[in-house]
Design a binder for this molecule. Sequence first.
Ligand code: URA
Length: 229
Amino acid sequence: MRLDKFISNSTVFSRSQTGKIIRKGDITVNGSVIKKSAFKVFENDQVQYLGVGINMPKQRYIMMHKPKDVVCSTADGEHQTVLDLLFISKRDNLHIAGRLDIDTTGLILLTDDGQWSHCITSPKHQHAKIYHVSLADEISDEAIKQLETGFTLKGEDKPTLPAKVEKLESKTILLTLHEGKYHQVKRMLAAVGNHVEQLHRQQIGKIVLDDGLKRGEWRLLSADEIKLS
Ligand code: URA
């Protein structure tokens, strides 16, 4: 991580104040004065401000129960964003691993650990995402077969990966996907002649939405949840 980012993430100094104290020579890394903001610091480096140690910020891993009418973006002129629901410092450093549409509810993950977020979202790792889907019409056996086999959505060049469908009621399914194309659930159901009325994500990989979290609430992930394996 860059020295200026490390300091502004770990202290009360803003990025511009950080630049000034670095240029002044107030910062040492492993005992040597460093005056370059772009200097790279690593996990075991000893960084000090006027002789006082600064610790590497701990990375944060958060699950949130996203409500309807809240957008999964960092800023939006019109709607509340998921970051607006988080009353913690430096929330602009967080990114959302796996976004949901404005009208979708359920599990979203936020972190400032870029590698972890990449692993969660990368199709290479194929973390299953489980959606509870309420439909406008009854789901037919033929539609279930199509969803489970995979087919090419309009505008895509590759077929969808085989999904798992569990029929809970005639118009309600649990759908497990191993990828995350744009509006994938809604597009898949539309392609088999149905329409998604309500969509709720219950699980990503091993991480299950905590049923103690009401809509809009969040909590830090446990060490076990963070270990994705
Ligand atoms: N698929 C969708 O269509 N919408 C979502 O919000 C998530 C998956």
